[in-house]
Design a protein around this ligand. Structure first.
Ligand SMILES: [Zn+2]
Length: 93
């Protein structure tokens, strides 16, 4: 059965209000340490935001803010290119 349009809007509203106190907001690690520019050469720091399979940990899990997450993705990709970080899992040997 086709649902009326009004139902969709209410569902959207409910979702947005639900996500406000969905979980405790984690503090962005970079904002906390007042890091303006994420250094792609700082392997040890960046490694924390990469899973053991070499994937970038999403923002909703890492808790970093949009600005720093964006910088982080660039830093991780640069690190990969330089060989500091793995593209795929290294530990799965
Ligand atoms: Zn931040």
């Amino acid at each position: 059965m086709r649902r009326p349009r009004t139902d969709r809007t209410t569902r959207k509203q409910r979702k947005s209000s639900f996500s406000v106190d969905y979980r405790r907001r984690k503090i962005c690690r970079f904002c906390e340490n007042k890091i303006d520019v994420i250094d792609y050469k700082d392997e040890r720091m960046i490694r924390r935001f990469v899973s053991d399979r070499g994937k970038i940990i999403p923002r909703r899990i890492s808790g970093s803010c949009a600005r720093h997450q964006r910088q982080l993705t660039v830093a991780i990709k640069r690190g990969r290119h330089l060989g500091l970080l793995p593209y795929t899992s290294e530990s799965f040997r």
